[in-house]
Design a protein around this ligand. Structure first.
Ligand code: ADP
Ligand code: MG
Length: 328
């Protein structure tokens, strides 16, 4: 069956039937607006991210289930970077009328699986036809006590720069996909990123980071966002970057420079944060508890701009400065 036969309201009913009632939602899908109950004493964190066919994903290699998971994951990562707890999602879809209903069923199943995993309720959205490709826009609401919210803006000179997990995997995964490969760890990291929600929250509630961001544009660009927001400079030691064995092997396969992909590739959805050296051991311990490595990769300086060095002190000039829409 095609969507053209099911229609907008048929599709919405089909999705709504899969959504389970959850605490905090006094009225979910079906009315003109959802009615949500805010946690007492908490502030709301609100974020939106759009995935556009041909820009963010290609149906040549994205299966609908993992696309559904990823469309929520990229938003979960933003809430994680604020130290928040994700709660409610709005899902807006522009869908070509020729799309098979089964494709949307798989997409919704993936989205709802991810939502369930992170305790998020789907409370509404919008659905319309698209004259070109598929467009997915997710708005995610989270919450946190105002005292624990972490922004990009308060990194201090002398702070250390830390990153969770490993970087570059998703970027090399995309290169492999373009080359025709369809499986392996790097490809999984590109198609089904794991947002660091538990660790982001734990770091925030332990008052460890002075500034935090999730790595979506690329490590160098995203560290640049923290530094410019904080009015500081920084140094990154490239020899300390956490690079996975599969990443290094795949860089060889696609003949790419590991540093270019690790610094500029983006879509890592790891957390990048700054903190005073005295709090480092506590951050490592929380990483351990969440099963995610935390690695010190640099420091914040009093000046401005980001200096990239190798262990031998040599400066490194990146070939790319991260993803920037509208720019070549
Ligand atoms: P309106 O005409 O008032 O915008 P809609 O007919 O678009 O209402 O939507 C009806 C209900 O279905 C609303 O509660 C809306 O939030 C929900 N809804 C529409 N599209 C989606 C979607 N893609 N995912 C979740 N809920 C949706
Ligand atoms: Mg509508």
């Amino acid at each position: 069956m095609r969507l053209a036969e099911l229609g907008e309201f048929g599709l919405i009913d089909r999705m709504a039937a899969l959504v389970k009632p959850r605490a905090g939602v006094s009225l979910g899908i079906g009315d003109d607006a959802a009615v949500l109950v805010p946690g007492s004493g908490l502030v709301s964190l609100v974020t939106a991210d759009m995935l556009v066919e041909g820009i963010h994903f290609s149906l040549d290699w994205s299966d609908p289930f993992r696309l559904g998971r990823k469309s929520l994951a990229v938003n979960l990562s933003d809430i994680a970077a604020m130290g928040g707890v994700p709660r409610f999602a709005l899902l807006s879809l522009a869908i070509p009328a020729s799309t098979p209903v089964e494709f949307m069923d798989r997409f919704i199943a993936g989205f709802l699986e991810q939502a369930e995993q992170f305790g998020v309720s789907l409370v509404g959205g919008d659905t319309c036809a698209s004259a070109s490709g598929l467009v997915v826009s997710v708005t995610l609401l989270g919450e946190q006590s105002p005292a624990w919210v972490v922004t990009r803006g308060a990194a201090c000179p002398g702070d250390l720069v830390c990153i969770t997990g490993t970087v570059g995997d998703a970027a090399v995964g995309l290169e492999l996909l373009k080359g025709g490969r369809r499986d392996g760890e790097s490809i999984r990291r590109h198609l089904d990123p794991e947002p660091r929600v538990a660790l982001g929250r734990a770091l925030a509630e332990a008052a460890l980071p002075t500034a935090m961001i999730d790595v979506s544009d690329g490590l160098a660009a995203d560290l640049g966002h923290i530094l410019s927001r904080s009015g500081r400079g920084g140094r990154l030691d490239l020899d300390k970057l956490p690079l996975s064995p599969s990443f290094l092997e795949d860089c060889g396969t696609v003949a790419a420079d590991p540093f270019t992909l690790a610094l500029g590739g983006g879509e890592d959805y790891e957390l990048l944060f700054t903190l005073p050296e005295a709090k480092c051991a506590a951050a490592f311990a929380l990483g351990n508890r969440c099963g995610v490595a935390v690695t010190v990769i640099g420091s914040v300086t009093a000046g401005s701009g980001l200096v990239l060095t190798r262990g031998d002190g040599q400066e490194y000039c990146p070939a790319s400065s991260g993803y920037n829409h509208f720019m070549p």
